[in-house]
Design a protein around this ligand. Structure first.
Ligand SMILES: [Cu+2]
Length: 281
């Protein structure tokens, strides 16, 4: 009897905790309200199943408690019960997966007017690259990385010369403009995650992964690495600031391009190094 009561209290407590909990998501700052809705659907479905199972358990504990002279009946199979349990489970699982597929389709369908921003992860810092005046990012290659060219930008690619390089510093983004985040890692697996944007993606050495979003609120947001990437993983933090269009332009004008950072003399040297690296391939 006491056990049954405890089980009922566990259900009531869990539901109340979910509804009244002061710990909830950070206020959203992107267009991905869908991600929140999907999670809410999953919460309610799993919550309903949890409540039903625990309440059924409480009922059984009470109803079939020990009584003198009562014997349990053995029923190894019940087709009817199995059929509708299978049906309900299938509907529940589909209801949890379908919204996710719908949102995922949008998550990887990048709008045409999205500007590209490259994020480069390495143990244990974040760097960024913007396309510059021509709107195109230059090509890059991990083999070209050295102390003068930490992001491995191809010095021979004219598109890369005006690329804005933000090394181990804060990234700024303009509000209400869709951005396509191109994610690269130059050592191990990392994961670019800004909780307020409700978007994250693994960064895999040797490939470029991506997602897109539109920042909908100005402010300062913390970048976290969401993939255990070594001893400094917990300290791998960065800052993304979402600015008004005017503040963004002011910030952008203060940044240096790849050509400015390397200087004409060094670009020549980098080209030599690039050619030497190409020969090795
Ligand atoms: Cu990391």
């Amino acid at each position: 009897m006491a056990i049954a009561l405890v089980l009922v209290l566990v259900v009531i407590g869990s539901v109340l905790f979910h509804v009244l909990s002061p710990w909830w998501w950070t206020p959203i700052a992107s267009n991905w309200g869908y991600i929140d809705s999907t999670l809410v659907v999953t919460f309610w479905i799993t919550g309903a199943v949890f409540s039903a199972v625990v309440l059924f358990m409480a009922y059984c504990v009470y109803r079939f408690r020990h009584k003198e002279g009562q014997k349990a009946a053995y029923e190894p199979e019940s087709r009817k019960l199995e059929s509708w349990l299978t049906l309900i489970t299938a509907v529940g699982v589909a209801a949890m997966l379908a919204p996710g597929l719908y949102v995922w389709k949008q998550f990887v369908t990048v709008p045409k007017d999205a500007t590209e921003v490259e994020v480069v992860a390495q143990q244990w810092q974040w760097s960024f690259r913007l396309p510059g005046a021509d709107g195109k990012l230059g090509t890059s290659n991990a083999r070209l990385i050295n102390s003068d060219n930490p992001l491995g930008i191809n010095p021979e690619d004219p598109n890369g010369q005006d690329d804005v390089v933000v090394e181990a510093a804060d990234l700024h983004l303009p509000i209400d403009k869709p951005v396509k985040m191109l994610l690269r890692s130059i050592d191990v697996l990392h994961d670019f995650y800004v909780p307020e944007f409700r978007a994250k993606m693994d960064m895999v050495p040797g490939m470029v992964t991506y997602f897109w979003f539109t920042p909908t609120r100005t402010g300062t947001f913390e970048v976290l690495c969401a993939e255990l990437c070594g001893t400094g993983h917990g300290f791998m933090r960065g800052i993304v600031m979402v600015d008004t269009a005017q503040d963004y332009t002011t910030w952008l004008q203060q940044q240096s391009t790849f050509a400015q950072l390397t200087g004409p003399a060094k670009v020549g040297a980098l080209v030599e190094k690039a050619k030497a690296a190409a020969k090795l391939e």
